[in-house]
Write a protein that binds this ligand. Structure first.
Ligand SMILES: Cc1ncc(C[n+]2csc(CCOP(=O)(O)OP(=O)(O)O)c2C)c(N)n1
Ligand SMILES: [Mg+2]
Length: 692
C-alpha cells in the first residue's frame, strides 16, 4: 500500500468491496475510452456505506413500494451505480412491473459501459436500467427530483399509514456534487424542502472542490453550509470521504432528525488513489490512462493487471449486508401489508392500483358537460372544474401551481382537499412557490413515487420548467403540466408574457403529449385522454380568456380529441375544396370563417387539431380521412410560431401564425394587429382557391 491510500476502514472485506467499486469504475471508463472515473473512486466508500450498511432496499425486488430511494444526482459518476447494482445482484424488472430472474446490470454490461444497448449507459437512466430511481445527468435534476420523492413519501404516509401500520416510512438519499450545488434548481428545491421540513430526505454533497474547468474557486466561493442552515436544513460535515464510521454515523443522525432535511458535506478527493491525477480536473471526465490505472490499483493493493475483477467474497458480503437487511425488511413489510389488507382492503387495493399506474373504477364519473354557449368559458376555468371532479374520483391525483393557482384555476376547492404543508402532509393542493423548474422536477419525483401529479404555471414560464419536462418524457412518466395563458389572451402583459415559440418547443419533445383544446368540452376530453396515459407526460395548454362553447349537436363531438385532430365541421358531399386547421382559441375562429365561406358556396372543412403528437400516432387511414392528400388547399391558424405547420399544410398551403413576438395592448386590439380574425382566414382561403 502506498501512503495515498491508507485505508481507515473497519475491516478488509469492506475495503475489498470499496476497491472493487473503484476498480470496476476505472476499468469501465478506460475500456470505453470515455466517462468519469474520478468521482466513483472518491465516493466508493460513501456509496458502499449507504447501500451495504444503511439502505432498506431488496435487490431481489427493486420496486418494492417501501424501499429506500437512492438518487445519484451527479449522474456522470454513473459507474458508482452500475457497480453497486451489479455487486448487489439487483434483479431486472420489466415494463409490466414484474421482477425477472436475470440481473439488472451484468459484468458484461460494465465491460460494455457506454456502448449501445449496454445496461451500463453513460448516465443513470430510469426505465432502461432496473434499480435506477430517476434519470440524472443534467446537474441539479436528481436532487430536485428527490424532493418530489420525499414529498410523496410524506403524502403517502399521511394518507395510507394507520396505527401500527407504517406502510410508507422509507427514506430518500441523494448524492450530488459541486455542479448540482451551483445549479439554481437545487437552490429552489432545497429552499422548499427546508420549508416543508422533509426530515426523510438526506443529500450528501461531494465537496471535492473540482469541476471540469478546474478548482471551484474560479466560480464558486459561497459557504454552502451557511446557505443550507438558512434554508432550515440540518447540516453535517464529514471531513474524510474514506471514514466509513463517520459516514455511517452522519447517516444515522440524518435518520434521527425530526424536523429538517439533512445535508452531509463530505470532503473528498476526486480520483482518490491515482498518484498523478488525484485532486485534479483531469480525473473528472476522461480515462485515467493505462499507466495511471495500474498505479492506482497498486495504491489500493490490487493486482495491477487484473481487469473487471470481482474478488472472492465481494458478492457474498453484499448479500450478507444489503441482501439480508433489505430482504428481511421487504418480507416484514409484505407481512405487514397482508395484515393491512385484511383490515383496510380499500386502502390496500388503492396502493396496489397506484403501483401499476391504474385508475380506480369510476375515475371519470361526473365529468362536466358544457352546454353550447357563444360567450363560453375560459380553458382554465373548464380545467378547474374538471380537475376538481377528477381529484375527488382519484384519491392520489394531486398537484398545484408555482404561485399561480388562482390564475391557473388549479386549486382544488372541494371540502377535504387541503393544502400540503409540513403540518398537513395529506393535503392535495401543493404550493410550489415561484419555483417552476423545481416544481417540474418535483412533479417527476411524485410521478416516480406512483402518485398522479400535476404542476401548473403560465405557458410562457414553461421555459423555466422545460429541462424537467424533457426528463419526464425521457423517463416516460405520466406527469401532467397544466399551462394557462396560452397565447395573446394575456393582452396588456405584453411580449414577456405572450408565448410564441412554446408550442413548437413542446411539440418537438419526443414522447410528450401536447394538447391545446379549443373549447370547454375539448378540455374535458383532453383530461380524459391524459389521465389514461401510463407512460407519457402531457402538457395541457389552456386559454386565459373565455372561448365559445361549440354546439356539439351542430358540430362533431369533442371526443375526437382522443385522435389528436378531427373533422369538426364539414361541407358535405365528398372532399372539401379547402381545409381550415386550428387549435385552441383559433378553433371557433375557423368555424366562423367556415360559415362565412359556406354562405358563399365555398366548401370548406374545419379540422380541430388539439394535438399533433396524438394525431401522428393514428393510422394513416384515419389521418388521410381528416386531411385527404388530394386536398392541397389548406390554411392553418394558430396564435403561435408558424414553425412546423408545413407538415400539415404542405407546399401549397398557408399558415396564419406568429413570426414576431407579441405586443402589450388591450386584448381586443391584438387579434387585429396580428391578423387572427375570421375575415382574414376566409380571405386567405379564397385566395388559395383563386376566388378573390
Ligand atoms: C445542467 C448541466 N450543465 C452542465 C453539465 C456538464 N457537466 C457534467 S459534469 C460537470 C462538472 C460537475 O462538477 P461536479 O459536480 O463538481 O462533479 P465532479 O467533477 O466533482 O464529479 C459539468 C459542467 C451537465 N451535466 N449538466
Ligand atoms: Mg466537484
Amino acid at each position: 500500500m502506498t501512503p495515498v491510500a491508507n485505508p481507515l476502514t473497519s475491516s478488509d472485506i469492506d475495503q475489498l468491496c470499496i476497491n472493487t467499486i473503484r476498480t470496476l469504475s476505472m476499468d469501465a471508463v478506460q475500456q470505453a475510452k470515455s466517462g468519469h472515473p474520478g468521482t466513483p473512486m472518491a465516493l466508493a466508500p460513501l456509496v458502499y456505506t449507504i447501500w451495504n450498511r444503511v439502505m432498506r432496499f431488496d435487490p431481489k425486488d427493486p420496486i418494492w413500494p417501501n424501499r429506500d430511494r437512492f438518487v445519484l444526482s451527479n449522474g456522470h459518476a454513473s459507474m458508482l451505480l452500475w457497480s453497486v447494482l451489479h455487486l448487489t445482484r439487483t434483479r431486472a424488472v420489466n415494463s409490466d412491473y414484474e421482477t425477472l430472474g436475470h440481473p439488472s446490470v451484468t459484468l458484461d454490461d460494465i465491460r460494455r459501459f457506454r456502448q449501445l444497448d449496454s445496461k451500463a449507459p453513460g448516465h443513470p437512466e430510469y426505465h432502461w436500467v432496473s434499480g435506477v430511481e430517476t434519470t440524472s445527468g443534467p446537474l441539479g435534476q436528481g436532487v430536485a427530483t428527490s424532493v418530489g420523492m420525499a414529498i410523496a413519501q410524506k403524502w403517502l404516509a399521511s394518507r395510507y399509514n394507520r396505527p401500527d401500520f407504517p406502510i410508507f416510512d422509507y427514506r430518500i438519499y441523494a448524492v450530488c456534487g459541486d455542479g448540482c450545488m451551483m445549479e439554481g434548481i437545487a437552490a429552489e428545491s432545497a429552499s422548499l424542502a427546508g420549508h416543508l421540513g422533509l426530515n426523510n430526505l438526506c443529500w450528501i454533497y461531494d465537496n471535492n472542490h473540482i469541476t471540469i474547468e478546474g478548482h471551484t474557486s474560479i466560480a464558486f466561493s459561497e459557504d454552502v453550509a451557511l446557505r443550507f442552515l438558512a434554508y432550515h436544513w440540518n447540516v453535517l460535515r464529514v471531513g474524510d470521504a474514506n471514514d466509513l464510521e463517520r459516514i455511517g454515523h452522519s447517516l444515522e443522525r440524518a435518520r434521527k432528525e425530526t424536523d429538517s432535511p439533512t445535508l452531509i458535506i463530505l470532503d473528498s478527493h476526486i480520483g482518490y488513489g491515482a498518484p498523478h491525477k488525484q485532486d485534479t480536473a483531469a480525473a473528472h471526465g476522461e480515462p485515467l490512462g493505462d499507466d495511471e490505472v495500474r498505479l492506482a490499483k497498486r495504491a489500493y493493493g490490487w493486482p495491477e493487471d487484473a481487469k473487471f475483477m470481482v474478488p472472492d467474497g465481494v458478492y457474498e458480503h453484499f448479500e450478507d449486508g444489503i441482501g439480508v437487511r433489505g430482504g428481511n425488511a421487504r418480507r416484514e413489510w409484505m407481512r405487514l401489508f397482508e395484515a393491512y389488507r385484511a383490515q383496510y382492503p380499500e386502502l390496500a387495493a388503492a396502493i396496489e392500483q397506484m403501483q401499476r399506474r391504474e385508475l380506480p373504477a369510476g375515475w371519470d364519473r361526473n365529468l362536466p358537460v358544457f352546454p353550447a354557449d357563444p360567450k363560453g368559458i375560459a380553458g382554465r376555468d373548464a380545467s378547474g372544474k374538471t380537475l376538481n371532479v377528477l381529484a375527488q374520483n382519484i384519491p392520489w391525483f394531486l398537484g398545484g401551481s408555482a404561485d399561480l393557482g388562482p390564475s391557473n384555476k388549479t386549486l382544488l376547492t372541494y371540502e377535504g382537499a387541503g393544502d400540503f404543508e409540513a403540518d398537513n402532509p395529506g393535503g392535495k393542493n401543493f404550493h410550489f412557490g415561484i419555483r417552476e423548474h423545481s416544481m417540474a422536477a418535483i412533479v417527476n419525483g411524485l410521478a416516480l413515487s406512483k402518485v398522479r401529479p400535476y404542476g401548473a404555471s403560465f405557458f410562457i414560464f414553461s421555459d423555466y420548467a422545460r429541462p424537467a419536462i424533457r426528463l419526464s418524457a425521457v423517463m416516460e412518466l405520466p406527469a401532467i403540466f397544466v399551462f394557462t395563458h396560452d397565447a395573446m389572451g394575456d393582452g396588456e402583459d405584453g411580449p414577456t408574457h405572450q408565448p410564441v415559440e412554446h408550442l413548437a418547443s413542446m411539440r418537438a419533445i419526443p414522447g410528450l403529449v401536447t394538447l391545446r383544446p379549443g373549447d370547454a368540452n375539448e378540455v374535458v376530453e383532453a383530461y380524459r385522454y391524459i389521465l389514461q396515459l401510463r407512460h407519457q407526460p402531457a402538457v395541457l395548454v389552456l386559454s386565459r380568456q373565455p372561448l365559445p362553447t361549440l354546439d356539439r349537436t351542430k358540430y362533431t363531438p369533442a371526443s375526437g380529441v382522443a385522435r389528436g385532430a378531427y373533422v369538426l365541421a364539414d361541407a358535405g358531399g365528398g372532399d372539401p375544396e379547402v381545409i381550415l386547421i386550428a387549435s385552441g382559441s383559433e378553433v371557433t375562429l375557423a368555424v366562423d370563417a367556415h360559415e362565412e365561406l359556406r354562405a358563399e358556396g365555398i366548401r370548406s372543412r374545419v379540422v380541430s387539431m388539439p394535438s399533433w403528437d396524438i394525431f401522428e400516432h393514428q393510422a394513416r387511414e384515419y389521418r388521410d380521412s381528416v386531411l385527404p392528400p388530394a386536398v392541397t388547399a389548406r390554411v392553418a391558424i394558430e396564435q403561435a410560431s408558424t414553425f412546423g405547420w408545413e407538415r400539415y399544410i404542405g407546399t401549397a398551403g398557408r399558415v396564419i401564425g406568429m413570426t414576431t413576438f407579441g405586443a402589450s395592448a388591450p386584448l381586443k386590439e391584438l387579434p387585429r394587429k396580428f391578423g387572427f380574425e375570421p375575415g382574414r382566414l376566409a380571405a386567405v382561403a379564397r385566395d388559395l382557391l383563386g376566388k378573390r
